[in-house]
Write a protein of this length. Structure first.
Length: 344
């Protein structure tokens, strides 16, 4: 049993979960023939934890529950057991049970990993569709990481907190903006440019939802610089689309044109017709605000076709409305009426 247990732990260290399962299963079967209840529980724990690690939480939970000591028994290392039972419940998407074991594990282990526990609790609350509670967990994690002088982890937790706060609609705009500002301040000290860029993009999305477009545009610009060459065409297209939309909202239409064109081309290259239609629509709107109604009409036509290709009905009627307005400004009232009727 001792040899099989050691071999199983070595296999787990090498990420060989199947090899670990073979060893721990043999050890557990051997333990059933012994007179030691402690040994049987230890082997059941190892096998259950390995099943959870292998992505089989239901089987894992069965053995983990068998490894629990009887009432009144002491001296057992229960912290690891609680953490693994929690992981099994989380894998089964049984989030209330998982949350119960979070508290037990944290109280028994008394480790410095409380911030990580808060993050995982926040993920559970998101799974339960309770973003307000999730936000508070992420905020607790951010404070703990900040106290431990871990700015990267604190910034990530703040980013998740702001997203959950926006999702819950139970927090005021000023409170959410304060969290985004805190997150921005931490980004300055993060040495990893890829992580910095991702966080600035998330911050920009948060400011956009709050309609603080000046800070959104600034954040997207920084993300674009930091993520050059690391995003891939799909990621770069999304970031350019976000920045272009923020420029439209700031009425900086001239500087937005190039962003919309680049985003549309990249979305087209990866086959994302719906997003490409959105970029054509943004480009058309910018042209219309600059008084170039002919270019606006052309791009509204491109948007309409892209939305038809992707089955986006709402996008189609928006493109028809824009096309009608462009035709009216170009002196084609009958065409304008036709497009407005199509929108209806």
């Amino acid at each position: 049993i001792e040899g099989l247990t050691q071999a199983g732990r070595q296999a787990l260290g090498l990420r060989d979960t199947q090899g670990a399962l073979v060893c721990f299963r043999k050890a557990f079967l051997l333990s059933l023939g012994t007179a030691s209840p402690w040994l049987r529980r230890a082997c059941a724990f190892n096998l259950g934890a390995a099943y959870v690690e292998a992505g089989k939480p239901r089987k894992g939970l069965k053995f983990l529950l068998e490894s629990q000591p009887s009432e009144g028994e002491a001296g057992e290392p229960l912290g690891g057991l609680c953490f693994n039972i929690r992981a099994a419940h989380e894998g089964l998407r049984d989030f209330p049970e998982a949350l119960e074991y979070f508290g037990k594990a944290a109280g028994l282990c008394r480790t410095s990993s409380w911030a990580g526990t808060c993050v995982e609790m926040g993920c559970c609350y998101l799974g339960m569709r309770e973003p307000a509670r999730a936000a508070r967990c992420f905020l607790d994690a951010a404070r703990s990481y900040a106290e431990a002088e871990s700015p990267e982890a604190a910034a990530v937790a703040l980013s998740r907190a702001s997203g959950s706060m926006l999702q819950s609609r139970r927090f005021g705009a000023a409170e959410i903006a304060g969290i985004l500002t805190w997150c921005r301040s931490l980004c300055e000290s993060i040495p990893n440019p890829a992580l910095q860029g991702k966080l600035y993009n998330d911050i920009g999305l948060g400011y956009s939802q709050l309609h603080i477009f000046s800070l959104a545009s600034e954040s997207f610009e920084r993300a674009l610089v930091l993520c050059q060459g690391t995003l891939g065409r799909r990621g770069e297209a999304a970031l350019l689309q976000n920045l272009g939309a923020a420029r439209n909202a700031l009425r900086s239409f001239g500087t937005a044109l190039g962003l919309h064109r680049r985003a549309a081309a990249l979305h087209g290259a990866v086959g994302n017709r719906r997003a490409q239609g959105q970029c054509f629509g943004n480009l058309a709107y910018a042209f219309s605000q600059l008084g170039n109604h002919e270019a606006a009409a052309e791009n509204y036509l491109h948007a309409l076709q892209a939305f038809r290709d992707s089955g986006d009905v709402q996008g189609q009627w928006q493109a028809c409305e824009g096309l009608g307005a462009a035709c009216f400004h170009l002196g084609y009232p009958q065409k304008a009426v036709g497009h407005y009727q199509e929108a209806l």
